[in-house]
Design a protein. Structure first.
Lengths: 257, 14
């Protein structure tokens, strides 16, 4: 029996918002440590890695490891039926072929349950090597989303270059070119407004703007986003999910011809 | 122009 109860159904709604652009379906791997998801988009250019720790749930029970193949379009439709302040419970019998979502209104006067068929998805897991990144940038998530949106109007690629002074985002195309430079903030009163750069060596990499924009669908989950870069390895874009976990997006760089 | 890489050339399938 698997049962996970979350008081804030908005977390699960936002997680679906954050992944449904990139993935049509994904396997939720549930164990007693929590729920993990790892899936590449169809083009194998980007990967989503999500982790929700069991201790972040109000109630979590997983008698035996269970992998639930979810159609994310259907799951999104079901989660749209939950109000933000509803309590959501996901449950499934061992080796079940359906999963049930129960939404309870705060005053318990309305309880809804939705049963969704599970899919048999082939489990293709990638080994992601632990990496010491040359540059790790932390900036306000809203700022990053704004930069990706503004620059994607100029070209299909964004060049991110990182030095100890700060980070520069550039794009060029038919209408012209654009550069956005963010300097390291010196003393900001609020942590989530800071721009910080931890640099071992300068890095400049090129990425497809449409994937970056897809990643920023996770902006509602966290005030801060972390970008990790090293020469010629995939970019990591990480958003924390409250105290319960994180979403990490990996994006293969574009190689200059 | 720049060619889009794929993750398969960076991460191995377990």
């Amino acid at each position: 029996m698997f049962e996970a109860r979350l008081v804030q159904s908005s977390i699960l709604k936002k997680v679906l918002e954050a992944i449904k652009d990139l993935l049509n379906e994904a396997t939720f791997d549930c164990s007693d440590s929590g729920i993990q998801l790892q899936a590449m988009d169809n083009s194998h250019v980007s990967l989503v890695s999500m982790n929700l720790r069991s201790d972040g749930f109000d109630k979590y029970r997983c008698d035996r490891n269970i992998s639930m193949g979810m159609n994310l379009g259907s799951m999104t439709k079901i989660l749209k039926c939950a109000a933000n302040e509803d309590v959501v419970t996901m449950k499934a019998q061992d080796n079940a072929d359906t999963v049930t979502f129960v939404f309870e209104s705060p005053n318990q006067e309305k309880v809804s349950d939705y049963e969704m068929k599970l899919m048999n998805l082939d489990q293709e897991h990638l080994g992601i090597p632990e990496t010491e990144y040359a540059c790790v940038v932390r900036l306000p998530a809203g700022e990053f989303a704004r930069i990706c949106r503004d620059l994607s109007q100029f070209g299909e690629s964004v060049v991110i270059s990182c030095t100890k002074e700060g980070v520069k985002f550039s794009s060029a195309g038919d209408i012209g070119s654009a550069n956005i430079k963010l300097a390291q903030t010196s003393n900001v009163d609020k942590e989530e407004l800071a721009v910080t750069v931890e640099m071992q060596e300068p890095v400049t990499l090129t990425f497809a703007s449409r994937y970056l924009n897809s990643f920023t669908k996770a902006t509602s989950l966290s005030n801060v986003v972390q970008l990790s870069m090293s020469p010629d390895v995939p970019l990591v874009v990480e958003y924390r999910i409250g105290e319960i976990g994180h979403i990490r997006y990996y994006l293969a760089p574009k190689i200059e011809d | 122009g720049a060619t889009q890489g794929r993750l398969d050339s960076f991460f191995k399938v377990l």
